[in-house]
Write a protein that binds this ligand. Structure first.
Ligand code: GTP
Ligand code: MG
Length: 471
């Protein structure tokens, strides 16, 4: 493992997005941040940055120290180490947003001795200076990229350390198991008695279960980050496009009383409790009548195939037909919510009929929701069902609602679980304790990689280079 040195220079970058905005921010961090800011600052009242208390703001002009030229009116905020984002001295210069002003300001700051920050370098410093752990640092990136309020909330929870505290608790438990096993290496003549061995095995099991359920939450976390791809499928005229429009609360798809109206798939995103749901309306599936419809139906089948969840729609006001049964057969292998539409009319058959059909094909109980795309009745129930399906699907007992959203974390969790399984085998097989201890250490090191207790320079570079410059 290569070691990582603490930073001893001063970095600067434009922290606001490129383009013309109301204000632009140039952020400086490091041991020389105050001195450098002072050089480019001119206060009409003679204020000095060097004597400003932390968390105060001064008004003045950004001034070129070599010519005395005024670049812009600005506010200088001072945050002193260690209570700043990076835990170093930080000065933020808030100037007017034009690209020229902001870049000119950055240029002056660089001339005075700062270095342009690499992407993510401010956050990397927060990590290196011990203010954020690795999982929290990555959460900063996720917040920047969060698509909906829900994914933002997840990232925020990670930033506040909920994932980290779960990992640290597991790590603690593991360290004590490891210590017990390693004690045997030093005193080999006192072999672990059978009773203690079964306690050890139980402890390892319970840690592995906890880690497995955290890892299992990854699929769910991914839906929050990337959206849940959901296809609306059914035979023609059951009200699929009407359902899409009702969920979107706008007339997005064409609806007519004629079967075979929708020809091409349409995708729109709705937000359910912060979960971005990518809903795809499809052409009604039946034996096609003409090349355009056949092509449309092929696309419907492809959309069903690609979807993580299928809303299988049936018309509750008319008897089921063989086409409906074909829909059940075509979607039975998928994660399905049965939607029985047109509930505003007199129902032609009990829900059990179609639920039983699905059960007959795959031996799985499916939920059915009655809705009316016309009146909106049942739509809230449908959204609730969809949301709780996603939350339950992926490991119900996952660490008190903590969701792993990052692939690197999931892989490390899986590595830890694999090592724990090996440790158990080794204990069972009465291998030398060194071997068991080695596996336990392997699991520890996998966990350490999540929060950054164990890190190597290359892992750090990989993580922080995904950030934008200025963060
Ligand atoms: N009464 C009633 N009529 C509905 C409801 N939902 C849809 N309809 C009507 O059913 C007909 C077909 O609706 P669409 O939404 O076009 O059906 P579709 O499943 O998209 O049809 P295709 O695109 O042809 O596959 C239209 O006349 C709708 O007004 C409902 O909940 N209640
Ligand atoms: Mg349609």
């Amino acid at each position: 493992m290569s070691t990582v040195n603490l930073p001893d220079d001063t970095i600067a970058a434009i922290s606001t997005p490129a383009g013309v905005g109301g204000i632009g921010i140039v952020r400086i961090s490091g041991i020389d941040a105050i001195r450098i800011a002072e050089r480019v600052f001119h206060s009409p009242k003679g204020k000095k940055i060097a004597v400003m208390p932390s968390f105060t703001i001064a008004y003045g002009f950004i001034t070129d120290p070599s010519t005395g030229e005024r670049i812009d009116e600005a506010l200088f905020s001072v945050m002193r180490a260690p209570k700043s984002y990076t835990a170093e001295d930080v000065v933020e210069i808030n100037c007017h947003g034009g690209l020229h002003t902001v870049s000119k300001t950055l240029e002056l700051v660089i001339n005075e001795g700062a270095r342009i920050a690499a992407p993510g370098e401010f956050t990397m410093r927060a990590f290196l200076n011990g203010r954020l752990d690795l999982a929290q640092s990555e959460a900063v990136l996720d917040i920047i990229n969060a698509a909906t309020e829900g994914s933002g909330r997840l990232a925020l929870e990670q930033l506040s350390g909920r994932l980290s505290s779960n990992i640290l608790a597991a790590r603690d438990a593991l360290i004590s198991v490891c210590a017990e096993v390693e004690a045997q290496i030093d005193f080999p003549e006192d072999d672990i008695p059978a009773a203690d061995k079964s306690v050890l095995l139980d402890k390892i099991d319970s840690i592995a279960t906890r880690l497995k359920s955290l890892s299992g939450s990854y699929a769910r976390g991914r839906y929050f980050r990337e959206g849940l791809l959901t296809a609306i499928a059914g035979k023609p005229n059951v009200g699929k496009s009407s359902l899409l429009n009702a969920l979107l609360e706008k007339d997005r798809a064409i609806v007519t009383p004629m079967p075979g109206t929708t020809r091409d798939t349409i995708e729109e995103v709705i937000n359910i409790n912060g979960l971005p749901v990518r809903i795809v309306d499809t052409a009604g599936i039946r034996r096609g009548r003409g090349p355009a419809e056949v092509e449309g139906i092929n696309r419907s089948l492809a959309a069903v195939e690609a979807a993580a969840l299928v809303l299988a729609v049936f018309d509750g006001s008319t008897a089921l037909t063989s086409e409906d049964y074909e829909i059940a057969a075509a979607t039975a292998e998928k994660d399905v919510i049965i939607v029985i539409n047109k509930a505003d009319k007199v129902m032609a058959y009990p829900n059990d009929l179609i639920i039983d059909k699905y059960k007959h094909i795959t031996n799985m109980e499916r939920q059915a929701v009655n809705v009316s795309a016309l009146t909106g009745a049942g739509l809230d129930k449908l959204k609730e069902t969809l949301y709780s399906r996603v939350m339950q699907n992926n490991s119900p007992e996952a660490g008190e609602g903590v969701i792993v959203t990052n692939l690197r974390h999931k892989c490390a969790l899986d590595d830890a679980v694999a090592a724990l399984i090996n440790a158990k085998k080794s204990l069972h097989a009465e291998n030398p304790h060194e071997i068991t201890a080695l596996e336990l250490r392997e699991a520890l090191s996998a966990l350490g990689q999540i929060t950054g207790v164990v890190t190597t320079a290359d892992i750090l570079d990989r993580i922080f280079s995904a950030f934008c410059i200025g963060k």
